[in-house]
Design a protein around this ligand. Sequence first.
Ligand code: ASP
Length: 347
Amino acid sequence: MYSSAGGKQIKVYALGGTIAMVPGPQGAVPGLTGEALIAAVDGLDQVATVDAETFSIVASPNITIGAVVDLSQRIRGDAAAGRWDGIVVTQGTDTIEETSFLLDLLLTDLNIPVIVTGAMRNPRLASPDGPGNILAAVRVASSIAAQQSALHLGVLVVINDTIHAASTVLKANSHRLDAFSSPASGPVGAVIEGRTLIYSLPNRQPILAAGRLLKGPLLEGPVPVALVSTSVGDTGWLLEAVADGRDEGHYRGLVLDAMGGGHLPERLVPSVAFIAERLPVVITSRTGNGSLLLDTYAYAGSETDLRDKGVISAGWLHKFKAAGLLELLLRAKASKAEIRSLFTEFN
Ligand code: ASP
């Protein structure tokens, strides 16, 4: 626990990731506790009183949806107890774009800031970015701007002194310090000279609608959602395996990452139509930026043809976020009609 004159009490949940890596025999491995992470941040005690807890010590590809649901329940309990003014989550950067969005969907009614951060350089490299990112995340969590607008901002990702909405942020580069961006909308703010500046508020309507559907108890076990991308050479065999039940995972939903404005090669359409009769099939754009078209093209495999076959458009939602949302909706036992109507909010 680090005490501060700043007055705000911030809880840090550490999940692992590069920010918490230590040298292993052949390369970096997760190892640092939450306490060790905050101990390495110079000046943290000038910003807030911070208490760190080690929630897990894993590389972020190993974070599960179940773990994020558990974390959301811990955070919800913290908020109900009124002990903390804000929450910071540290984790690996590989999956921040998904986990932050899952938290966003699960915590729509939380009126304290929740900030997710990580690092691109581990603590053993020259100029690691982890301590600076933790400091910036705690600054944002303690700021008047985030405190007053927590409900309107939702969960935020603070990294490289930039503030992103969880619904739009992507890890858009595999290695650079400035790996994160929000291509469709731009960031919502920045940390400048330690000040938190909010430039714009994210579109919360679809997220709030999702939150209403996710209020009740969620199924515990994984409810597998397939995420399938497409290319010009695609034979369609993968989709055929899902269509005829050869998929060993017995998927309960499918996110199809389609071309451009939401288009598929014609030869895939029969399998897609067959699957859409049994499961919710949600379509996204493999461009990863911009919204799907609704009413421009009418050839076989176009957006209007796929809609006629029962395919659901994810609008501006990125494929990883659409897959996470679909799994949460299935865990909440949402009907196909509810799933369709919710994704319509993103169009
Ligand atoms: N592979 C690491 C992880 O996501 C990368 C990182 O943290 O930046 O855990």
